[in-house]
Design a binder for this molecule. Structure first.
Ligand code: ZN
Ligand code: ZN
Length: 335
């Protein structure tokens, strides 16, 4: 289970063994699950020795947590987007001052409190340090005959969707059934800039809700090209006793509408005057979603939408970390 706070449950992570000409695995489950994954594969008749590599859909712990253990037990090669290879490393001289020196670049922006990460993250990050990663470049890449990756950042800067011929597409956390994937904030680029510059010098090319929206639109083109393609998500393919079949174009339209609705709701909340992200989150989200770390997730959601609306001219940031609406609704054209 992936409970991060309040009632924000993603459901277990789906890892896929792709039985192509060169069989490979996509993702490796949460930290501590590498060995279990091997057992499950064996039970399903898939020999890990037959796999040629493991591909990481993106660097969130629920997708690469089991990776180091898996590689130690199998010698599998690791392939992931080029940004992943950069941000899983530690850079003590470049890290923000304080305890973050001991954590890789992908964690520098994390807002989880110390009691959370000392309990959950230290060992996970330590074991990823020695990992060799074969980097996959931006855009669309044919990584094996008939297997194409597509770099679609926004949920994280290193997100890849993987097309298996014209039969299936593995979308990681870019598109999920039932729930809307968490968008990054453009502001997260700041900490990472020293590590990923000069390769990635434009924050909005890899971070933020607007980038995520553009990635969804790119994926929509693929959906139009392959209308009957089987869509395999990183969570909730099966959840609460039912299977979710995703019709890709339809689901993308629902997600785009979800973000339009959320922008409109934030502007509505701001009609009574300027507010902080926390104040907006308390008005917008159900109380259940704000419990524990849920408040951090909710504020992140609000900030990513506010960033997009500032870019569109619908909001301005004012003193005291407040947002004020300008009266326009140009976000409707941007989403
Ligand atoms: Zn994720
Ligand atoms: Zn995930």
């Amino acid at each position: 289970m992936n409970f991060y706070g309040g009632h924000w449950d993603l459901g277990p992570t789906w890892n896929y063994a792709v039985l192509a000409d060169k069989p490979f695995l996509v993702d490796s489950g949460r930290y501590g699950q590498g060995g279990n994954l091997l057992k499950m594969m064996r039970a399903a008749g898939i020999k890990p020795e037959d796999l040629s590599f493991v591909l990481i859909s993106h660097g969130h712990e629920d997708h690469d947590g089991g990776l180091a253990e898996l590689v130690r037990m199998t010698d599998l090669k690791v392939r992931a987007h080029a940004i992943y290879d950069l941000i899983i490393r530690k850079y003590p001289k470049k890290a923000p001052p304080g305890y973050k020196e001991d954590f890789p670049a992908k964690c520098w922006h994390c807002e989880m409190p110390e009691e959370f990460f000392t309990r959950n993250c230290v060992e996970y990050h330590r074991v990823l340090q020695g990992l060799r990663v074969d980097s996959i470049a931006d855009g669309t890449q044919e990584i094996e005959t008939g297997i194409r990756t597509c770099h679609l950042p926004g949920h994280s800067p290193d997100c890849l969707a993987t097309l298996i011929g014209d039969e299936a597409i593995l979308v990681g956390d870019i598109v999920l059934p039932e729930i809307s994937p968490w968008p990054t904030r453009v502001a997260l680029y700041e900490d990472l800039s020293q590590v990923i510059n000069p390769l990635y010098s434009d924050p909005e090319a890899i971070f933020g809700l607007h980038r995520y929206i553009m990635s969804l639109k790119k994926l929509y083109e693929i959906a139009e090209q392959y209308p009957d393609i089987l869509v395999l998500p990183g969570h909730r393919l099966y959840y609460n006793d039912h299977w979710n079949r995703i019709e890709l174009g339809e689901r993308i339209n629902e997600l785009l509408q979800h973000h339009r609705d959320r922008c409109a709701a934030i502007l509505e909340i701001l009609r009574s005057g300027p507010k902080t992200a926390g104040e907006i989150a308390r008005e917008h989200f159900d109380e259940n979603l704000l419990k524990g770390y849920g408040m951090l997730m909710a504020a992140n959601e609000v900030i990513s939408h506010c960033e997009l609306m500032i870019k569109c001219g619908d909001l301005v940031a004012i003193v005291g970390n407040r947002y004020r609406s300008t009266g326009s609704t140009s976000f409707e054209k941007a989403i």
